[in-house]
Design a protein around this ligand. Structure first.
Ligand code: NAP
Ligand code: G4F
Length: 344
């Protein structure tokens, strides 16, 4: 029998890759989208799958809407990928972030409990919950210490998912995913900001790339690999929580260097701290500058995940390695900027 899935946040990076993954497996797919004034379907269009999805109106902060949505679509699986996903923004909008990322999860779980408790549920939890990391690497048993309103709200979303599983027997799993990127990544996030910015600098559309803290380290994987892990979690007989990560960590500075090299720059650093500059030694151009306003009130310095539970229980492992990920993103933005195609 054809299985039905509902994806919230389908217009985002992960939503697009997960939609393609589920369509390839024959799912009937409902895509939950909120009303926005710009074009929300560009990623789905880029993957060529927009016409295979039934779009339904959705807002995380509106219980009646969520309830009717679950009742009308009667899905077998719900993937809750929707959230206010920008960490920096969460410092300026902490209350809305909590409404969407914390209470929003409870709204969905309540709707599932009332409409059909057999629906399997995936919650998009995050390595940001580890924040000021209490162990290296971080796994399912590492204590949490979030460092942003985003991380705090996601931690509530994580625990309410665990609580509904333990209280009401829901098949509800929380995926604790480390940073995952792709050519479909939003341009507000540092990796995409770097690859798009460098491509624009190279073509003369932008003078310099302004960045914040270059010393922080992240465990960066490819989003296309991570959506398979989400699906695998919901195929298990019993729900549980899993870390998905590559186990390798790199600094933002290294990401910039590898991306710059892929774009044909020869980057050298001059100066220290806020005065540091990234110079292209061939042309002498100042390619990278530091902008203090891009620093966060509290930072997450080092994330690196241990995904051995997912390896053992799901048979999951990431395929794309860090250098190939950077090269893939750099090539996509280089091409887009040169041929003037739409960027999202
Ligand atoms: P993304 O590209 O920013 O997508 C977020 C999605 O949520 C978009 O479709 C957005 O809709 C939707 N959304 C935001 N607020 C909403 C609201 N109030 N009601 C309904 N929909 C709303 O994020 P992503 O990178 O794909 O990440 C997917 C999920 O995984 C997020 O929950 C994120 O927090 C979490 N996560 C991501 C990573 C990562 O590295 N990518 C790691 C760990 C966890 P619009 O298109 O209208 O903005
Ligand atoms: O790319 P980022 O904005 O991602 P961040 O904060 O790690 O959050 C992402 O990953 C989380 C998983 O750990 C997700 F839950 C979350 O939804 C999102 O997808 O920033 C990465 C690092 C930060 O430490 C930041 O301070 O890069 C540093 N950074 C330096 N300059 C910058 C910039 N970040 C951004 N966005 N823009 C800069 O100019």
């Amino acid at each position: 029998m054809t299985r039905r899935a509902l994806i919230t946040g389908i217009t985002g990076q992960d939503g697009a890759y997960l939609a393609r993954f589920l369509l390839d497996r024959g799912y009937e797919l409902f895509g939950a989208v909120r009303r926005v004034s710009s074009q929300p379907f560009l990623r789905l269009r880029e993957l060529g799958i927009e016409q295979h999805i039934r779009f339904v109106p959705f807002e995380l902060c509106e219980f009646g809407n969520l309830f009717r949505l679950v009742e009308e679509t009667q899905p077998d699986e719900i993937y809750n990928l929707a959230s206010q996903s920008f960490v920096h923004t969460s410092f300026g909008q902490p209350i809305y972030t909590a409404e969407a990322n914390a209470v929003g999860v409870t709204r969905l779980l309540e709707a599932i409990r009332m409409v059909n408790p057999r629906i399997r549920f995936y919650q998009a939890s995050t390595s940001e919950m580890f924040g000021k990391a209490q162990a290296v690497p971080q796994s399912e048993v590492t204590p949490f210490y979030p460092r942003s309103p985003y991380g705090v709200a996601k931690l509530y979303g994580h625990w309410i998912t665990v609580n509904y599983r333990e209280s009401y027997g829901l098949h509800a799993s929380s995926g604790i995913l480390f940073n995952h990127e792709s050519p479909l990544r939003g341009m507000e996030f540092v990796t995409r900001k770097v690859t798009l910015g460098l491509a624009r600098v190279k073509c003369g559309f932008q003078e310099t790339l302004e960045l914040g803290n270059l010393d922080v380290q992240r465990d960066w994987g490819f989003a296309g690999d991570y959506v398979e892990g989400m699906w695998l979690m919901l195929q298990r007989p019993a729900a549980s929580d899993m870390v998905l990560a590559t186990g390798r960590t790199e600094s933002v500075k290294t990401f910039v260097e590898v991306a710059a090299s892929a774009m044909g720059f020869t980057l050298a650093w001059e100066g220290q701290g806020l005065k540091m500059l990234g110079i292209d030694t061939r042309s002498g151009r100042r390619v990278v500058r530091i902008d203090q306003s891009l620093y966060r009130p509290a930072e997450v310095d080092l994330l690196v995940g241990d995904a051995s539970k997912a390896g053992t229980e799901l048979g999951w492992k990431p395929r794309v390695q860090f250098p190939d990920l950077v090269a893939m993103m750099a090539a996509a933005d280089d091409r887009r900027v040169r041929d003037g195609s739409v960027v999202f």
